[in-house]
Design a protein around this ligand. Structure first.
Ligand code: CAA
Length: 280
């Protein structure tokens, strides 16, 4: 059993905190204010309750998970963590500030990971005092369901941190893969151009949104078609990652199609805003 700190209790942070607590790790999850702590913990409770209702978990296992979880607004509460996973907003400056605050309080031997989906691990580590103990651990949504974790080594990540990162992911029941510190790592490197291409296909009249979704779902066995997945991931998130990939590679396959940019501008962000390619 480890002590784990999770910074951020949004969609990803709450999922990460849940799987840590579920694995038996004492887990402290930090958000900026009480309301966000409560919202994040509420999301975890709702997922666990739904799991009980569906017979996926037992009331005892749910209660054991919740007993391993503590919410806080104070970074100092993760001071005795063996592992800290950062899952705050996707903004380099905010993450660097968070890492600096974290390094002031954690033990010298604590492993520090970021769940970034788009930022450069080497760049995040550059302002750290001990970049050798830092790496990327990229989880997938919904975190309690998706088995994959991408383990990303920055230029400064030490061998020990890399091994500990792989081992930690395994303690969570996840199946880790090693991914390069390049925009998109492995999964988004392939997923983002696919999603952008689906929008281009729709824009050029290949089919309706429903038919393109049905095509990929029924024809290729994908659990969701591309537009359902875009709404699920968030159009703003997709746009943000695409722009970072385009910035780095200057390859048109990563360029956001006009419709995506306009939908983000209009606030049609997918499930989170109640409307994306579909209405919720
Ligand atoms: N407790 C326990 N298990 C639960 C659960 C709960 N409350 N809710 C769902 N599950 C599990 C169940 O084990 C279920 O498995 P079974 O088939 O064995 O029952 C599985 O989740 C599927 O659940 P549902 O049947 O309720 O829902 P679904 O079939 O509609 O699937 C989904 C939902 C898992 C989201 C599925 O649609 C899916 O896999 N979609 C694709 C998700 C995806 O691609 N995610 C990656 C996004 S990219 C990303 O995250 C990276 C990034 O950087 C952008």
């Amino acid at each position: 059993m480890l002590t784990v700190g999770v910074l951020g209790c949004g969609l990803m942070g709450s999922g990460i905190a849940q799987v840590c607590a579920q694995a038996g790790h004492r887990t402290v999850v930090r958000e900026v204010d009480e309301a966000l702590v409560e919202k994040g913990l509420g999301r975890i409770r709702a997922f666990l309750d739904a799991g009980v209702a569906r017979g996926k978990t037992t009331p005892a296992a749910r209660d054991a998970t919740l007993a391993n979880l503590t919410g806080t607004t104070d970074v100092a509460d993760v001071a005795d963590a063996d592992v800290v996973v950062e899952a705050i907003v996707e903004n380099l400056d905010a993450k660097r500030e968070m890492l600096a605050a974290l390094e002031r309080v954690v033990r010298p031997d604590a492993l520090i990971a970021s769940n970034t989906s788009s930022l450069c691990i080497t760049e995040m580590a550059a302002s750290m005092e001990h970049p050798e103990r830092f790496l990327g651990l990229h989880f997938f949504s919904p975190v309690p369901v998706m088995k994959l974790v991408e383990v990303i080594r920055g230029l400064a990540t030490g061998d020990d941190a890399y091994r500990r990162g792989m081992d930690f992911a395994a303690t969570l029941g996840k199946d880790p893969v090693t991914a390069p510190d390049r925009p998109g790592f492995i999964v988004n490197r392939l997923l983002i151009p696919y999603l952008l291409d689906a929008i281009r296909a729709y824009e050029s009249g290949v089919g309706t949104i429903e038919d393109i979704d049905k095509g990929m779902q029924m024809g290729c066995g994908h659990p969701m078609g591309p537009f359902t997945l875009l709404d699920f991931v968030g159009l703003d998130t997709t746009y943000y990652i695409a722009n970072i990939m385009y910035e780095e590679f200057r390859d048109p396959q990563y360029a956001a199609p006009p419709l995506l940019r306009r939908m983000v501008a209009a606030g049609r962000l997918g499930r989170k805003s109640g409307r994306g390619f579909y209405t919720y």
